[in-house]
Design a protein around this ligand. Structure first.
Ligand SMILES: Nc1ncnc2c1ncn2[C@@H]1O[C@H](COP(=O)(O)OP(=O)(O)OP(=O)(O)O)[C@@H](O)[C@H]1O
Ligand SMILES: [Mg+2]
Length: 270
């Protein structure tokens, strides 16, 4: 891995959407992230691979400020998130402004089951904007159309299949037209055709809305299909990070084991 100093220089790069500089996080004695450094350029689709329990969701939660790292810096559009203190009102303002630049597709979808699909997608707009109801309804309809669920506003979330839930959650994640969309395992639990449909959706949103995507996944096929950049997290360390074509051709043992679905290699099954 390049040293932190390289990232410090690169952090001034206006093309960086997100920079991690030696970010560490432990829970008690359990080191989950160990000096993770990376730079995600604006407009990238970064796929972060890694076995279960390796800290991928913790990394995303640090990025949106839900978990504070023990050390290191996280820059989002050159603003140092880790220096902002949500107890101070000036910082709180900045923190909220930064958070609004993120759309989050949670691992479990996190839709409100007792609300309609339309109300779920409208929720962030009603919470965070002064958009009028007709504007909100138009945006909800547009987003549902984009994710292939046109006219489902009145359906209850509890009536939806798993794949439909993911797509509705997507429509909500992009409601505020975020600059960065974080997707925590968008394809987990879905059949291969539905997974491929979600990958197409990411590519389509990327192409038409120009968003930066950070996608957490176990799925190497998904990485091959959509990634411009690939990272592999294991035992708290970012073992590999780089442009997708370089990583895919790399002979790095972790990468080969992961992509070749090999039980033998540095990644141990616990
Ligand atoms: N709030 C917390 N308190 C204590 N330990 C935590 C907390 N959040 C996560 N962990 C631990 O951190 C480790 C990494 O968890 P994380 O959810 O990031 O894994 P993951 O890579 O997303 O796994 P999966 O692929 O199964 O979703 C786990 O051992 C987990 O138990
Ligand atoms: Mg996870």
């Amino acid at each position: 891995m390049p040293e932190g100093s390289l990232y410090r220089m690169a952090a001034a790069d206006i093309n960086a959407a997100v920079v991690f500089e030696k970010v560490s996080k432990s829970f008690g004695s359990h080191v989950v992230l160990n000096e993770v450094s990376l730079l995600i350029p604006k407009g990238a689709i970064m796929v972060m691979l890694g076995p279960s329990g390796t800290g991928k969701s913790v990394l995303l939660r640090c990025l949106v400020g839900l978990i504070k790292p023990d050390s290191g810096r996280i820059l989002v559009f050159n603003e140092d998130l880790t220096r902002l203190d949500d107890q101070r009102s000036a910082d709180r303002h900045k923190l909220f402004a930064l958070r609004r630049r993120f759309g989050m597709l949670f691992q479990d979808g996190a839709l409100f089951d007792d609300m309609s699909v339309g109300d779920n997608v409208a929720f962030p707009m009603r919470q965070h904007t002064k958009m009028s109801e007709p504007e909100i309804r138009a945006r909800v309809a547009e987003n549902l159309e984009r994710v292939g669920l046109p006219g489902t506003e009145r359906k209850m979330v509890s009536e939806l299949s798993g794949g439909m839930r993911k797509r509705a959650a997507f429509a909500r994640a992009i409601a505020l037209r975020p600059d960065i969309v974080l997707c925590d395992e968008p394809s987990s639990g879905l059949d291969p055709v539905m997974s491929a449909t979600l990958d197409d959706l990411i590519l389509e949103l990327h192409r038409t809305l120009g968003m930066t995507f950070i996608v957490i996944s176990h799925d190497t096929a998904e990485a091959r299909a959509i990634a411009t950049h690939i990272g592999l997290l294991y035992q708290g360390k970012l073992q590999v990070f780089g442009e997708a074509h370089t990583v895919l051709q790399s002979s790095h043992a972790h990468v080969r084991q992961f992509f070749e679905r090999n039980t033998q290699g540095p990644i141990k099954v616990l």
